[in-house]
Design a protein around this ligand. Structure first.
Ligand code: SAM
Ligand code: SF4
Ligand code: FES
Length: 345
């Protein structure tokens, strides 16, 4: 036992110094590491990213999706979900509210909704960019030319998780989608100069620590600018409804190791983390994360953006969320950033 403890300390020290680990070493940490991993990830976060937490205003602008991902409550086969799509005015109203509340980044996220063709998205980007904000899109897989047009219209960043790098697992969870295409999309985004965010779900059925280690190596090889790790939370209206529910610890470990290997990137404390663990975002902020994405969606739509059950804040107003998260951040001795929060800020 003592020997193993010593080996783990050595691995964490190696990661801290070299920001590199072999796959087997990552697997070892995923399987056996403890509080020391989180402590060191927090230390590295402090050295590279400082004490400031970046807030990104999340606008969930459509819950309509043509895809059928096995884990997601928005999957097109979930006929019980009441669908919505915000109109331009509503999206701009949310944007104004976020800007007035001091946010410097707007994140437009939605299902893969074909109504929002490239022209409409470009129009939206141009409108949103009239405010002095950074704009992140999270609208799934599009063609190279569409990504190019969005960039030209002013989009700065793009978030698209690879979800899992295990091809077989990916295929089993994403009917009619292609792993190769998702990869290509991420390479295209990088090539086009987006700050590119990716990430994975942790705790999926049949996912191994070996494949999670591959995910972390993928983030490093891609040189991702942001990485978001979500604990997978089973949704009752999906094929994975009976899967394991508590994936907090494994997702926190994936996140902390990602911080050690990519010390200068932006890492959010994800909403899903807090949805399964009280103060989950604060725990994440103290284990390597430096970003929070409070929900700016109108209360009347929040319940319908139900990726998973028991999502936090579904009955809260945007104002309540901003005050709530700010006070939590300040209570742990961190500050709220006033910059746009690019990777190299
Ligand atoms: N449609 C876009 C996409 O898939 O990239 C963006 C929106 S999608 C709802 C955002 C993220 O939600 C996905 O990348 C996925 O990791 C996460 N998600 C979906 N279902 C989830 C679940 N049951 N538990 C945790 N996270 C989930
Ligand atoms: Fe659609 Fe994204 Fe959900 Fe998949 S994860 S069903 S693409 S919203
Ligand atoms: Fe929404 Fe706390 S962040 S109520």
């Amino acid at each position: 036992m003592r020997k193993q403890q010593e080996e783990l300390f050595n691995l964490i020290n190696k990661a801290e110094e070299k920001h590199n680990l072999l796959k087997d070493e990552i697997v070892e940490l995923l399987n056996f590491s403890d509080e020391q991993l989180f402590f060191v990830a927090d230390k590295i976060r402090k050295i590279y990213k400082g004490n400031k937490v970046h807030l990104r205003a999340l606008i969930e602008f459509t819950n309509i999706c043509k895809n059928n991902c096995f884990y997601c409550g928005l999957r097109c086969d979930n006929k019980k979900l009441e669908r919505y799509r915000l109109n331009f005015e509503e999206i701009l109203k949310c944007t104004k509210r976020a800007v007035n509340a001091g946010y410097k980044t707007i994140v437009l996220q939605g299902g893969e909704d074909v109504f929002f063709d490239a022209d409409k998205i470009c129009r939206l980007i141009k409108e949103i960019k009239t405010f002095d904000v950074a704009l992140t899109l999270s609208i799934g897989e599009r063609t190279y030319d569409e990504y190019k047009a969005f960039k030209k219209a002013g989009a700065d960043r793009y978030l698209m998780r690879i979800e899992t790098t295990d091809r077989k697992l990916y295929k089993s969870l994403h009917p009619n989608m292609s792993f190769e295409n998702r990869l290509q999309c991420l390479y295209n985004l990088k090539e086009l100069g987006y700050e590119t965010g990716t990430g994975c779900l942790a705790g999926l059925p049949n996912q191994t620590t070996d494949s999670l280690a591959e995910d972390i190596i993928f983030f490093k090889n891609l040189n991702a600018d942001m990485v978001g790790i979500g604990p997978f939370i089973p949704h009752p209206e999906t094929p994975l409804k009976n899967a394991e529910k508590d994936n907090f610890d494994i997702s926190l470990k994936v996140m902390a190791i990602t911080r050690l290997l990519l010390p200068d990137i932006n890492i959010p404390a994800t909403t899903a983390m807090e949805s399964i663990r009280e103060n989950g975002r604060i725990i994440a902020l103290q284990s390597g994360a430096n970003v929070v994405m409070p929900n700016m969606t109108d209360v009347k739509y929040r319940k319908q953006y139900e990726l998973y059950p028991n999502k936090i804040c579904i009955n809260d107003s945007p104002d309540k969320c901003i005050n709530c998260i700010k006070s939590k951040i300040l209570s742990i001795g961190r500050e709220i950033s006033e910059s746009k929060g690019y990777r190299n800020d």
